[in-house]
Structures are given as C-alpha cells and as structure tokens.
Design a protein around this ligand. Sequence first.
Ligand code: PLP
Length: 439
Amino acid sequence: MVTLASTITIVETKANPKKRSLEDGNQPAPKWRIRLGDRAKGIRNPIREIMDTIAGKENPSKTLVSLAQGDPTCYPHLRPSVEMVSAVSHAVNSGQNNGYQPSQGNARCRTAVAAFFNTPGRPTLQAKDVFMTLGCSEALSHCIAALAAPGSNLLLPRPGFPLYQVLCDYHGVEVRYYDLLPDKGWQCNIGDIAKLVDDNTCGLLINNPSNPCGTVFPREHLAEVLNAAAELGLPVIADEVYAGMSFSRPFVSCAEASPRVPILSVCALSKRWLAPGWRIGWITVHDADGAFADAGVPETLLKLCQVSLGPSAPLQAAVPEILTSAPNGCPWHTRVLEALEASAKCCVQRCKAIPGLEVAAEPEGSMYLMVRLQPGVLDINTDDVRFAGKLLEEESVAVLPGQCFCAPGFFRVVFAAPVEVLDEAWDRIEVFCRRHAVK
Ligand SMILES: *Cc1c(COP(=O)(O)O)cnc(C)c1O
C-alpha cells in the first residue's frame, strides 16, 4: 500500500510472480493506480446486509419456500400475457429495432405511455412529458438526482422500499422519514410531514400501492397528503410501480387526487405487467402551472437519460402493443388480480389463526403483507431478524425482517405465490410459532 496523501491510498496489485519472471526478468511489480470512487464504495444495500446474516441457513431436510423475493414471476402462475410476449418477439424479428433510440425514448413508445397514463383533471399528457428508463429503479434515480440541489433533503415513507435510501445516499440527499401508521391502515402521518420540512426539503416521496405494506390509499387520504404537500410547496415523487395492482380498493394516482401539485410519477412493466426482467420503466411528468418547466426539471431529466441512453430498442418498440393489448380489466389482468386476491386472503386468514402473529392492516394491493410480532407471546419476542433467521433455519421458509424496511417488530410476506405454496409455508410458520410460544 502506497500512501500519497493522508486521505488517498493506492492498492498495489501484484502480478503473478511466475509469469513476470518469464516476461521481464527481475523488474519490480508494477504499481497499478487502482482506486475506488467514494460514492460507489458508499453504496449500502440494507436488505443485503441484514440477509447476509441469515442467508444460506435453511434446514437441509426441508425444501425452501421463499416468501421473500419481490419478483412476481417467482412462481409460474403469474406470467406476462401471450400478446405481450408476441409484441416483443415481433419487435425483435422485424429487424427494425436494432439502432439507438432518442435518449428520452422512442416517440411512439412515449406517445403510448402518455395515452395510458393521461389523467382526468390534469393537462393532457403528451409524449414530451414521458421519459423512458431502465425499470422503475432508474426512473426513481433520475427523479431524485434531478431534484438533488446541494444540501437538500427528501421525505421518505417508513416503512418503505430500501432503494429510496440507497439512491438518496448516492445522490447526496439527506433522508427524513415520515411514518406510515400501522393501526390506521398504514396511512401517512401527515403531522410528521409538516414537522420535517425545512427550506432545503426538495420533495415528498409517496409510494402507493405500498411495498412493503400492501395498502392502497383511499382517494380522500391521498388528497389530504397532497394538500399538505401543496401548502408546503413540495413537489411529489410518486412511486406508482404497483399502479393497477389493487383488488380491494380502486387505485387512485397522485396526479388524479390533486390537480395542483407538481408530480413526477414513476412506473414500469415490472409488477403490474409481470415483467421485471424486461427492464422497462418510465417517468411521467404531471406539471402544474408549469412549475417543473420553469425550474428546468424536464431538461434535467433529459440530461440524466443521456447517461444510459435508455432501455432496449425492441422492448420500447413493443410498449404500444403491450399497453393496448393488456388494459385494466382485460381477462389476463383480471386473472392476475384474482390470483393475488386469493393469495392475500389465504395469508390473512392463516396469519390471524397463529398465536403471536397479527396482520397489521389487510393487504389491498401490490403483493405484500406486513405481519406484526406481538410482544411477549413468542420466545423470540419481537426480534424480527431473529424470527426470520430461526424460521429459515428450522422450517426453510424465507421472509424478510421488518428492519429491511425500517420497521422493526414486523416481517414482510410476499403473497405472489399460489395458494398451495402459501398454505405449505403457513403450515410451517404455524408449527414454528407454536414451538416457540412462551411456556
Ligand atoms: C420493484 C419496485 C421498484 C423497482 O422496479 P424495477 O422496475 O424492477 O426497477 C420500485 N419501487 C418499488 C416500490 C418496488 O417494489
């Protein structure tokens, strides 16, 4: 290790000594100037850190049942529609989609996204308001990067999707959490929002339907939250990747719930269209009175899109056919929602019958359920990391501890599995909880 200055170090990479002696006699090993970027080194994925402590520890005598992975395609009953797959296959086979696309995205594709997400009560959404991205993750990254003025902070939901924090750290944005209230159907603590805001607050992130809570906000609640944002002058980043994935309550978008607030809505083919591996997402800019335009937000989003040059051309070319062939309420979409609803119901019913566990709020959409560990009932008490670790070790059932989402004392269940698989998992969870009941 060579120290150049107190803060800079160069790691010496030694070449294979045998090889070197053949090539260049007795010359000293070269000192490669390999250093690491601070921002890259600083990336910390909270799920990985917590899961690495329990990963690979399943009971070898029982097959693993995973209710941990947020991938709707983990089980074969949930698949993209035949029309979606043939649209992609046609786009590849046509030979017309091999070239670079405009950074903001293919124009036909953006026109189709604008038509699909056009919102009553808002100015007509146009192709210029749509930015194509590599999944919803890159869409979120662009939105946060665009608003990340020096010294700024962003309000995030707690519990919430861990990527938000990772992206804020990466873009140098301070994180401030507002709480979602488990005993009020995981609705936002609106009082928190006003308390957290200062002159450097650059936005409010709203995730609806929710990962990890599985809730779908009623229109009135969403309107109240957006009113608070309007009073505080806060633009909103709306993570609506589960748009159209609700079964007990109609999904209402942020843009629909408030005509006044400037909203960057992000979505993707990953969840509602069951194709996370296709890596197609987008931002729709719902401006209000030109607030985003005046601040230069669309130009900045375009610059960010120029970094990766956007998602693959054949996939973008297939988007118009994908969106028109699988509208809300088509038979394929209805079957998907029915399967999710049956799975959610199974989880709620089984969970309610197990001592020590409590459903915080019944899921209404997305594909997640948060389960509360009741204090004093299990010998594990409310230690969610220990609960998830022991459950895996003894019963080979994987769930994510609430700490992955800043929600200690809970665990998250993914209910994208078919009912037969869920029943097997809950049988084992039940046996586990009875075995660990305080005597
Ligand atoms: C899955 C997920 C994403 C990321 O979606 P990709 O399109 O796969 O990048 C973003 N937000 C939430 C809440 C998610 O659950």
